[in-house]
Design a binder for this molecule. Structure first.
Ligand SMILES: [Zn+2]
Length: 204
């Protein structure tokens, strides 16, 4: 993250920092010294988690935006996948409300592209830094889209690796399974998590 974020996204980042106890200032959407210091500490702690395993650039970029507890869990899952011979990469992680709204608009209101989400800003655990999506790839770097039994099996193996980490896997959802999706369990509704997030209170 950085100081060249604008208004809404600065508030978004301040909430993420405050909920982790890193930011003691007000949620004012201004990138001042307190936000700067909190962000530096967030990055420092995130860098410390690289001891759990280091991954390719895209995964590292996605990891850096997640809640620190999610960074820890996602790194452990990627490390287990690597040990298990799976080529797993984080393809999506934290989305600000504005980013989520842009994604929601895809395929709607005359916009091009397939619809990829039913969630608007604030309606997805991706909006609180505690959810991430993992793609599997073959040895040549080709994305496995789950077209074959072997590919489906690979995604199931990854899902099984998440269980001992006490993560929720979207592939286990009975209605609308979301196979690439993983999240920290919160034990509460997205709406309840959202209220905590917006108040800068702990939720993970
Ligand atoms: Zn997801």
């Amino acid at each position: 993250m950085s100081r060249h974020l604008f208004g809404d996204d600065v508030i978004f980042h301040q909430r993420l920092l405050k909920a982790q106890g890193l930011y003691g200032g007000t949620l004012d959407g201004r990138w001042g010294p307190l936000t700067e210091a909190a962000d530096a500490e967030f990055e420092r702690r995130g860098a410390g988690l690289r001891a759990l395993g280091e991954f390719e650039a895209r995964s590292e970029r996605v990891l850096a935006g997640l809640h620190l507890k999610a960074q820890m869990a996602a790194r452990r899952l990627l490390a287990l996948a690597r040990e298990g011979g799976l080529v797993a990469r984080l393809v999506s992680g934290t989305r600000s409300y504005a980013e989520q709204d842009r994604l929601h608009a895809q395929g709607r209101y005359g916009n091009a592209g397939p619809r990829v989400t039913n969630a608007r800003g604030g309606q997805s655990n991706h909006n609180f830094g505690i959810a991430w999506d993992i793609g599997l790839f073959d040895a040549e770097g080709q994305y496995l889209n789950g077209d074959t039994a072997a590919e489906i099996d690979a995604y199931r193996r990854l899902g099984a690796l998440a269980r001992p980490l006490a993560l929720e896997w979207g592939g286990d959802w009975s209605s609308l399974p979301d196979v690439p999706h993983y999240q920290l369990p919160t034990g509460r509704s997205v709406a309840a998590t959202r209220r905590l997030f917006e108040a800068g209170q702990p939720y993970a």
